[in-house]
Design a protein around this ligand. Structure first.
Ligand code: ADP
Ligand code: ADP
Ligand code: ZN
Length: 213
């Protein structure tokens, strides 16, 4: 089963994707993570995109489509989770073509609904483990021992430079202008599965399990 997690920045896409990886052996394809890795590893592309990401704008369709094409050649395990991709109608069309090329289908688009006020609180409290990628929150999901990852035990907690209110405002505008049209696009394809993203992490996970079957 191949699925998309669709929702604004901070909706909980990464958090739920990691659960699906554990529970269903799926493979998480996060274009945000791939772009941040490209920056950390010092590639030319990484340098170009870092500034765009910092400002909260979308990087070009060509770059992210290329990244996804690459990953679709690899193992697909229990299926792919597209996390933060597609973000434009052009990316959605390309994804359909790429899946066809790789002999895959798209089975569901989970739309995570969260209001703007909650998004600000989520984004401004987010931090992640730099070693294993576990996602935490200062209030809703702190680590058991401050500074130490519950999952891998390392002390490499990181905050994202784009997780500030100014960048978030731009990211939200980008979402409503360029990404939210995908809701209608996938509704028309009878793939859209809306879930209430405002509940606790466990509640959202249960709702996603129900809609995926
Ligand atoms: P996205 O990948 O959609 O940007 P994340 O999964 O990174 O979102 O979650 C954003 C922040 O909100 C993180 O700090 C995470 O711990 C927290 N979070 C995720 N889901 C929930 C939830 N259901 N309730 C409260 N906090 C949540
Ligand atoms: P979040 O969902 O928490 O906002 P992501 O990690 O998915 O964050 O994305 C971080 C940034 O990476 C985005 O603000 C954007 O600049 C860039 N990015 C990620 N995925 C895409 C995409 N599919 N198309 C264009 N830009 C992207
Ligand atoms: Zn960790």
């Amino acid at each position: 089963m191949n699925i998309i997690l669709l929702g604004p920045p901070g909706a909980g896409k990464g958090t739920q994707a990691r659960r699906l990886v554990d529970e269903r052996n799926m493979i998480q394809l996060s274009t945000g993570d791939m772009l941040r890795e490209a920056h950390t590893s010092g590639t030319e592309m990484g340098k170009v995109v870092a500034e765009i990401m910092g400002a909260g704008k979308l990087v070009t369709d060509e770059i992210v489509i290329g990244l996804i094409d690459e990953k679709l050649r690899g193992e697909n395990g229990g299926g792919f989770i597209f996390d933060g991709f597609p973000r434009t109608l052009a990316q959605a069309d390309s994804l359909a073509e790429l899946l066809e090329k790789h002999g895959q289908t798209l089975d569901a688009v989970v739309e995570m609904r969260v209001d703007d006020e909650a998004l600000v609180a989520r984004i401004t409290g987010r931090f992640t483990c730099g070693n294993c990628g576990e996602v935490y929150h200062k209030v809703t999901k702190p680590s058991k021992v401050e500074g130490t990852c519950d999952v891998c035990g390392q002390q490499q907690m990181k905050f994202r430079t784009d997780d500030n209110e100014e960048s978030l405002r731009t990211r939200l505008m980008e979402y409503y202008k360029k990404t939210s049209p995908l809701i209608g696009y996938y509704y028309a394809k009878a793939l859209l599965k809306p879930v209430n993203g405002l509940g606790e992490i466990e509640e959202v996970a249960a709702e996603i399990s129900t809609v995926l079957g």
